[in-house]
Design a protein around this ligand. Structure first.
Ligand SMILES: [Zn+2]
Ligand SMILES: [Zn+2]
Length: 147
């Protein structure tokens, strides 16, 4: 069986007919888990190495988890603190007036004259009028559906 190393330390095996194959290669731990469990790995799931050794693909070392569970599983208190710190730093750097300096709304509409209006109830905030109109239209549509 042709295998190769993934840049992150996982073993890849040559199996071009596998639905998860990229350039003909699939993670060996996925193939081994699927073989041991007699089913394809569910969409959005990942296979965790119980002993954290990424090349140890014995079935008893493999455990399927949903991605959020997997992230939580690897989250140590130190890592969680580190992430928290980064978020706070980023907020400090952007300053508390970040909403005034934005050039685009979160949906990518440019916040230029004609497309910005005051946000009721929030003194300094500006809102995207394209999004506002879209929301209003949706609300009207929903109302019509409920009639
Ligand atoms: Zn893992
Ligand atoms: Zn918008």
């Amino acid at each position: 069986m042709r295998t190769t190393m993934h840049s992150e330390g996982y073993v890849l095996i040559y199996l071009p007919e596998h639905p998860r194959a990229h350039n003909g290669y699939v993670y060996q731990h996925i193939v081994e888990w699927e073989k041991a469990n007699g089913q394809p790995l569910p969409e959005g799931w990942t296979v965790h190495h119980r002993n954290e050794i990424k090349t140890d693909n014995r079935p008893e070392n493999l455990e399927a988890m949903s991605r959020p569970d997997h992230v939580r599983h690897h989250m140590t208190p130190e890592k969680a603190r580190e992430m928290q710190r980064k978020t706070v730093d980023a907020r400090k750097q952007n300053g508390s007036y970040a909403h005034e300096l934005r050039s685009h709304c979160k949906y990518g509409h440019p916040l230029v004259a004609g497309n910005v209006g005051p946000a009721p109830g929030r003194k300094r905030a500006r809102r995207c009028l394209t999004c506002h109109r879209e929301r209003e239209r949706k609300r009207r549509e929903d109302r019509r559906k409920n009639d």
